[in-house]
Design a protein around this ligand. Structure first.
Ligand code: NAD
Ligand code: DAU
Length: 355
């Protein structure tokens, strides 16, 4: 990758932190990463512990909010940013249903601020060469029992979260068409793996099951998601940033469609095998009220990414889930600090007020 100063937004979150680790370990990238994150409840600098020391001249953290246009402009010029990988977002559907406002601010207005800063930089004859926008398959809405989302599927978002992500995708596309900003967009399916905040299905179920708590399954549990191990997602992003056609969109998925109830059952069985409890953990499964507007099924067709850039996922769902379960068992301290609220105080002491 020719970029020397890569701005990664939302690098203290789940996928962003995995991406930064992947990039810094990648022999093909010798540049510097500026990790810009406002440290919301989902941002945890512990996800990147040790990197500032290990990569002293190649990794720097900036606590800033993408909704603060002047702070963003200042960071662009101070670091001479010449590419962006934009992860920062409010990412949890249930929160968007309860409190949509921050989703509109961060996901739409924040993306606009970044695009404006990139446009300003690019127009000054700088080396700026890419704005990569991380998006989601949820922009396409819900599928029936057959078929997959392609890059041509019309947008039909159903939650405030997916509507805000759809808006941001349209802005990125418009900046390419109108101003010639070099952009790429990726729309990915459900990720899982290390460092995922334990409000999302897989880490929530692993941790609740380890603690003998109820495992909440929405509705009839037959909603389907297409699961992708997080490092496979990161590798796909690297390929798109390196060789993707500017102005294009690429779908990323795992070819791993699963009903929620099957995943919860698999996690229970894995835990019973690895860390046996007094009773089978399937006894903890509890059906609860459904999520309003709950999309029934997602599935991704990633033929374009495979054909043009040769990407395919390395991890199967069975191997990825086992790795994930083991990671959460081996890193109980990480999740205990989050679940007890202890990390909130630690971040406040070390990084100041949270957003
Ligand atoms: P996450 O919630 O774990 O992390 C989001 C990060 O963004 C946090 O570090 C948070 O502090 C930061 N952030 C939030 N608002 C900010 C703001 N205003 N300014 C600066 N930083 C801010 O999210 P994730 O699951 O890692 O998702 C990352 C991106 O990938 C999102 O854009 C999401 O829409 C997209 N995505 C996620 C998935 C998935 O399954 N998790 C799948 C497809 C796409
Ligand atoms: O598809 C990509 C999207 O995947 C990303 O854009 C989002 O950022 C990410 O959060 C994820 O959205 P989902 O809503 O699919 O993920 P979540 O883990 O919240 O839920 C997965 C499925 O499990 C969904 O059908 C709802 C269900 N669920 C979720 C929770 C938290 C439950 O049944 N019980 C639960 O407690």
């Amino acid at each position: 990758m020719k970029s020397e100063n890569l701005l990664v937004t939302g690098g203290c979150g789940f996928i962003g932190s995995n991406f930064i680790r992947c990039m810094l370990a990648d022999a093909g990238f010798q540049g510097r990463i500026i990790n810009l994150d406002s440290l919301t409840y989902a941002g945890n600098p512990e996800n990147l512990q040790g990197l500032a020391e290990e990569y002293a001249d190649r990794y720097v953290f900036e606590k800033a909010d993408i909704c603060d246009a002047s702070a963003i402009q200042e960071i662009f010029s101070r670091y001479r940013v010449d590419s962006v990988c934009h992860f920062a977002a409010e990412s949890h559907v249930d929160r968007s249903i309860k409190r949509p406002e921050t989703f509109i601010q961060t996901n739409i207005a924040g993306t606009f601020n970044l695009l404006e800063a990139a446009r300003g930089t690019a127009s000054q004859g700088s080396t700026f060469h890419l704005f990569h926008h991380i998006s989601t398959d949820e922009v396409y809405g819900s599928l029936g029992p057959e078929g997959c989302f392609t890059e041509e599927t019309p947008y039909r978002p159903n939650s405030p979260y997916s509507a805000s992500k759809a808006s941001s995708d349209h802005l990125v596309r418009a900046y390419h068409e109108t101003y010639g900003l070099p952009t790429t967009i990726s729309n990915c399916s459900n990720n899982y793996g290390p460092y995922q905040f334990p409000e999302k299905l897989i880490p929530l179920v692993i941790l609740n099951a380890l603690e003998g708590k109820a495992l909440p399954v929405y509705g009839d549990g037959k909603n389907v998601r297409d699961w992708l191990y997080v490092t496979d997602h990161c590798e796909a992003i690297v390929e798109i940033m390196r060789r993707g056609t500017r102005g294009e969109t690429y779908n990323i998925g795992g070819h791993a469609e699963m009903e929620n109830i099957s995943i919860v059952g698999m996690i229970c069985d894995l835990l019973d095998e690895i860390a046996p409890a007094k009773a089978p953990r399937r006894n903890l499964i509890t059906f609860v009220k459904d999520r309003p507007g709950h999309d029934r099924r997602y599935a991704i067709d990633f033929t374009k990414l495979n054909r043009e850039l040769g990407w395919t996922p390395k991890e199967s769902f069975a191997t990825g889930l086992r790795k994930t379960v083991l990671w959460y068992i081996e890193n109980r301290g990480w999740s205990e600090r989050i679940r007890s609220g202890a990390y909130q105080n630690w971040i406040q002491e070390n990084y100041g007020k949270r957003s």
